[in-house]
Ligand binder design. Structure first.
Ligand SMILES: Cc1ncc(COP(=O)(O)O)c(C=O)c1O
Length: 393
């Protein structure tokens, strides 16, 4: 059955799984107490919270003490970067040139603490240039942050290699794994990563909850004071139901050994096949070009395109989003968080995409709700939308 809207914007957010909705509802009804309270309602909530923590930790190969609950990846990233750097004497902070605005915004605050910020350049596919590693990890570098799965162009970064190099040099390493986690669960204790941010709503969990994973040795200064929850790192009454939802969302994901393979498996093998089928179909249309790495080296649910008309003139990605939306297909131009704005994509700029083409980017990200019978329809409507954008340009 074809839904009213075929949703191809999983990198922006995802619909919660039925098991997630059920888990949340159950906790809201039966364990709504404050987990810090000493009466029965509080104890029920505390027990429920602990069960979710244990389940989440097991799914991620972590200990419960490694988890800090936050409101989402934006907060996790700020806690990681500002909480570590405000504790230390200033040095150089290095981040990839293709970070999410959550990281660039936190980095901007580091400069007011006396830190210098340097961008790690990427190649034309959006992948970190490892030939720059020695130079960038020299003193005074004290902290590095690299996005694991790039949201706009799907590039997967060699975070294990970078993490090992940082660890050998005593440099703190943070990764924003928000887009990677939905494609495979990591084994936290086996990774050379000091801090990792993730968000539940990207993996069919609830909006409003995320995690910062922190290795035990990392010293962190909390950004806010209060009741001392989350081991004192993040005060505020815990969202017990949302954490139950996160635990339920992690449960069906396949696990992924990042030390053996760079690309996560994909939430399901069916999803990966659908992505490959859809991509080949779209690439048959004139003026459609893949942006970022080849299918095997990118996020398994991710398609990023650059569009031109038959004369080779760039088509507007934002215009395509509107035309596809009118035809019942939800996609985004560039990264969804900034797609409300019309500014140039800093990610495409860092990849060296010609200025005239930077507005022609389109992103399609799939999830388990897509049926095989949707694919031909998407291709058909895509071709119609391109013709419509071209004729009105
Ligand atoms: C890579 C990446 N990091 C961080 C975020 C921010 O996540 P949240 O909405 O949970 O704050 C997003 C969301 O778009 C993202 O894609």
């Amino acid at each position: 059955m074809i839904p009213a809207e075929i949703y191809l914007d999983a990198a922006a957010t995802t619909p919660p799984l039925p098991s997630v909705v059920e888990a949340i509802q159950q906790v809201q009804l039966s364990a709504w107490g404050n987990p810090s309270s000493l009466h029965r309602s509080g104890l029920v909530a505390a027990e429920t919270l602990e069960r979710s923590r244990v389940s989440i930790a097991q799914h991620l190969g972590a200990g419960t003490a490694d988890l800090i609950c936050t409101s989402g990846a934006t907060e996790s990233v700020h806690l990681a970067l500002l909480g570590c750097c405000s504790n230390r004497s200033p040095g150089r902070f290095v981040m990839s040139a293709v970070e999410h605005p959550a990281v660039t915004a936190a980095a901007a605050q580091l400069t007011s603490l006396g830190w210098s910020v340097e961008l790690w350049p990427v190649n034309h596919e959006g992948v970190i240039r490892l030939d720059q590693l020695e130079r960038l990890l020299e003193p005074p570098t004290r902290m590095v942050s690299v996005i694991w799965g790039q949201s706009e162009v799907g590039a997967i970064q060699p975070v294990v290699e970078i993490g090992e190099a940082c660890r050998n040099r005593g440099i703190l390493f943070h990764t924003d794994a928000t887009q990677l986690l939905p494609q495979g669960r990591i084994s936290w204790h086996q990774l050379p990563i000091d801090l990792l941010s993730l968000s539940a709503h990207k993996l069919q969990g609830p909006r409003g909850v995320g995690l910062l994973l922190k290795q035990e040795h990392v010293e962190l200064r909390p950004l806010q004071g209060g009741g001392g929850q989350e081991q004192g790192f993040r005060s505020g009454t815990e969202p017990v139901a949302l954490l139950a939802g996160l635990a339920a969302a992690l449960q069906p994901l396949p696990s992924f050994d990042a030390s053996k393979t760079t690309a996560p498996p994909g939430a399901t093998s069916r999803l990966r096949l659908q992505r490959d089928r859809l991509l080949s179909a779209l690439l048959q249309l004139p003026g459609v070009e893949l942006c970022g790495p080849c299918p095997d080296d990118r996020l398994p649910n991710h398609i990023a395109l650059l569009l031109t008309n038959r004369e080779g003139q760039p088509l507007s990605g934002r215009h395509m989003v509107r035309e596809l939306s009118r035809r019942g297909i939800a996609v985004s131009s560039g990264s969804a968080c900034s797609s409300g704005q019309s500014s140039d994509s800093s990610v495409l700029t860092a990849m060296g995409v010609d200025p005239s083409r930077r507005q022609s980017g389109l992103r399609l990200t799939l999830g388990g709700w897509i049926g095989d019978d949707h694919l031909a329809l998407i291709q058909e409507r895509f071709a119609e939308a391109m013709a419509s954008v071209d004729s009105s340009a």
